[in-house]
Structures are given as structure tokens and as C-alpha cells.
Design a protein. Structure first.
Length: 111
């Protein structure tokens, strides 16, 4: 779950809106944190400050990009070691970003 530190007020009750992957409205809740049941079912969650609390599209796009980089790496000739190293670095950075996002989604679901 992402927290907007500029508008952070720990005692502030917020409204949370929940949507499916297709953008279908699933419901709303009010409170200090999102409703766990609705949060787990949702693909997108927004709060009353229009902040994105959950967006699984970002994670999906990063995974597609990682697959593309791996395919590109396979096609690079062994003699082009500079390009291989560059692609491997990009893959490592992307894997780190994906891992970080997955952990943040898992942590927010565990809260």
C-alpha cells in the first residue's frame, strides 16, 4: 500500500474506492485503512485524496518487460559481452523493482 506522506494525517478518516481489473466498481469503505476483504478482491484502490493505494497494472507491466528483456538476452551473441552485461543489469534492476512491489502488496494485504 502506498502512503502519501504530504497528506498523511494518522487520525484522518478516509474513503476508499475499490475496482476490479476491468474497472468495475466493487465498493467503498471508510476508515483509517482500507477494508481488507475489499482490498484483497480489488485490482485498483483509491483513497479520498485521489491517491492510488493499489494498482496491479504496474506489476503486470514490469513482468512483461522482464520477459521481453530475457528474450532479448537469449538472442544476443556471446561475443557481444558488453550488451549481455547491460541487459543482465537491467534484468536485475527490474527483478528488484518487481520484488519490492510484490512485498508492498503482500504487506498491505497482511495489514
Amino acid at each position: 500500500m502506498q502512503i502519501n506522506l504530504l497528506n498523511a494525517n494518522e487520525d484522518e478518516t478516509k474513503e476508499f474506492l475499490y475496482y476490479s481489473k476491468d474497472g468495475v466498481y466493487l465498493g467503498r469503505s471508510e476508515g483509517l485503512v482500507p477494508d481488507q476483504l475489499l482490498f484483497d478482491q480489488s485490482h485498483y484502490v483509491f483513497d479520498s485524496n485521489s491517491d492510488i493505494v493499489k494498482n496491479l497494472d504496474i506489476l503486470g507491466a514490469l513482468r512483461k518487460r522482464l520477459i521481453g528483456l530475457r528474450k532479448t538476452l537469449i538472442a544476443v551473441p556471446i561475443k557481444d559481452m558488453g550488451k549481455i552485461l547491460k541487459i543482465n543489469q537491467q534484468i536485475a534492476e527490474l527483478e528488484h523493482k518487481i520484488e519490492h512491489l510484490e512485498k508492498s502488496v503482500s504487506l498491505s494485504q497482511a495489514s
